[in-house]
Design a binder for this molecule. Structure first.
Ligand code: ZN
Length: 324
């Protein structure tokens, strides 16, 4: 009986890894599946405290100049070449812009240690009108033909693999984020996964279904069984090209969350327009367990608001919709 219970718990935990369940290739598959299973089953991981106070304690100081940065960027966007690119992106991303939070209430931290280029500043400040707030999760599936515009190579992809891809604006902000991380002694954090196509996920998922059917299940049961360890195509945030998995371990694992690097990143991601998408203790809302390695680009304004509020993206969008 105890054994069955344990198995059930393990299975239900397995279903909840947003990154681990969508392997990119053999390597990623092995790494993420095995590792996340291991880490989830690890007692020390499960017994992590429910709140994130230790992570948030290390937040850096926040100077008071806020709206200045946002408006500055908005005006500079239209002058540059990639303005057209940004517009294209916002066409693809269908989430309606919501901007009900008064800007004066959001204190944006621009106290960077590294020197940022104009382009980096522009990209970090992009999305003030909600252009990057697209919500993709188990309930919000992308259309089958969704492909993000302007995918580029992620410069700091881990050396043992071909460059991962990300939307240009997000990658530019990410690179600045990682340069700042390097300045603070976390230069060993690299990207292990970025954009994943729906087509690729579909063929992977279908493969798992066929394997399940080969063991005698009908199609519905086979799909249910496969979805325990592999995401349904269209339901992964990695399809958007706006998120990336980053860590300094052999494979993504919750053990990363207790490292100095992970704490620094969680406390500083918003300054570069990123949020920790699957925070600790929010599984009932996001549908996924704590993933200290998975960061999602939304732009500095919303990232800061989300970080300061302690809300998940789901909760933040619900609040915005209510107010708006
Ligand atoms: Zn991920």
């Amino acid at each position: 009986m105890k054994k069955i219970l344990l198995m059930l718990i393990t299975l239900s935990l397995l279903a909840c890894t947003a990154c681990g369940d969508i392997p990119m290739d053999g390597e990623e598959s092995e790494a993420s599946k095995t590792e996340s299973t291991t880490s989830i089953a690890d007692e020390s991981v499960i017994s992590q405290p429910e709140n994130n106070t230790s992570v948030q304690e290390s937040t850096s100081e926040k100077p008071d100049d806020t709206s200045e940065v946002v408006s500055e960027t908005e005006s500079s966007v239209s002058e540059s070449e990639s303005a057209a690119e940004s517009e294209k992106e916002s066409e693809v991303i269908t989430q309606p812009p919501v901007s009900s939070t008064p800007e004066s209430e959001i204190i944006i931290d621009t106290n960077y240690a590294i020197e940022l280029s104009d382009e980096e500043i522009k990209c970090i400040n992009a999305g003030a009108n909600g252009e990057y707030l697209i919500l993709v999760n188990k309930e919000n599936k992308l259309p089958k033909d969704f492909v993000p515009e302007n995918l580029v190579d992620i410069r700091k992809t881990r050396g043992d693999r071909a460059p991962e891809k990300m939307v240009y604006t997000a990658e530019t902000a990410l690179n600045a984020f990682l340069k700042e991380a390097t300045y603070y002694g976390h230069g060993d954090v690299t990207i292990t996964s970025g954009y994943r196509s729906i087509a690729k996920q579909e063929s992977l998922f279908n493969y798992y279904v066929s394997q399940e059917m080969a063991s005698g299940k009908d199609k519905a049961s086979a799909e249910a069984a496969a979805s325990v360890y592999s995401a349904y195509p269209g339901t992964s945030e990695h399809h958007t090209g706006l998120c990336a998995d980053m860590h300094n371990l052999p494979a993504a694992s919750q053990n990363f969350g207790s490292t100095e690097a992970a704490k620094w990143m969680a406390a500083n991601a918003h300054r570069f327009g990123f949020i920790l998408r699957f925070p600790q203790g929010k599984q009932d809302i996001t549908g996924y367990m704590w993933e200290p390695w998975h960061f999602r680009f939304v732009g500095i304004k919303h990232a800061t608001a989300i970080y300061e509020s302690g809300l998940t993206l789901e909760e933040y969008l619900a609040t915005e919709a209510e107010v708006g």
